[in-house]
Ligand binder design. Structure first.
Ligand code: ATP
Length: 219
């Protein structure tokens, strides 16, 4: 059975989620209190409706509790975002993802029981800053406050060395889980795998160890 999603708030963030889910063939109900926004999505989403999500009766009449996942993408109006999340929770929606504006907003959303809280602007800012500071780091995914998965470009210092030569696991306490080489991707590379300049190393470990590795070996 197709999964059913509802996106509340059709700004740039909610709109982008709505478009991508629709392109992937999902059933998407798009909701916004602004009629122009709803019209914009009428031909993109499966259904697009005008409604104020802080009004419980509106959400009830849309049968919101039957949706597999509801995304609350209301930005500036933190009060509306919190109230909407609270109503969704009370109506028994299983999966609620909410866009947070700041840390206080996130705290409240966590207390109310939002399943996933995202900070697109903050996260994209961090990503870009990390990429600007280090030309070798292409992208990263935070696993916790202290652990990440990072994509690092191999330079000529490691060119021609095998993983065992570099002794990465013992020296740095990190693991190379995959190597991207052009279109090829080597998952769980063998210790004998020879690194070439330009390879993208996908590394998992503690941030401090990844930084050490990045600075000493490729930086
Ligand atoms: P983005 O950065 O994603 O463009 P934003 O952070 O600027 O968005 P807003 O523009 O404040 O966020 O809100 C996103 C959308 O949510 C708007 O189209 C707005 O009409 C809609 N919205 C705000 N409050 C409600 C509500 N109570 N019910 C339904 N839609 C709402």
């Amino acid at each position: 059975m197709k999964k059913e999603f509802a996106v509340i708030g059709l700004g740039r963030f909610g709109g982008s989620i709505c478009k991508t889910l629709s392109e992937q063939g999902m059933e998407v109900l798009a909701i916004d209190m602004d009629e122009d926004k709803v019209n914009e999505f009428a031909n993109i989403a499966s259904h697009a409706v005008v409604g104020d999500s802080t009004d419980e009766s509106v959400l009830k009449s849309l049968g919101i509790r039957n949706f597999d996942h509801v995304i609350v993408a209301i930005g500036a109006n933190i009060q509306a975002s919190i109230l909407t999340t609270l109503i969704l929770k009370e109506l028994g929606v299983d999966n609620i993802t909410v866009k947070a504006q700041n840390d206080y907003h996130e705290k409240v959303l966590t207390k109310i029981g939002a399943n996933r809280i995202v900070h697109p602007e903050r996260d994209m800012g961090r990503r870009i800053a990390t990429n600007i500071v280090s030309n070798n780091v292409l992208d990263y995914l935070e696993l916790s406050d202290e652990h990440s998965i990072v994509e690092i470009v191999a330079n000529n210092r490691v060119n021609g060395h095998s993983l065992i030569d570099l002794d990465i696991r013992a020296k740095y306490g990190i693991n190379i889980v995959a190597i991207k080489r052009g279109k090829e991707i080597i998952v769980s590379p063998q210790a004998s795998e020879i690194i070439r300049e330009g390879d993208i190393l996908i590394v998992i470990g503690a941030d401090v160890d990844i930084n050490r590795f990045e600075k000493k070996v490729v930086g």
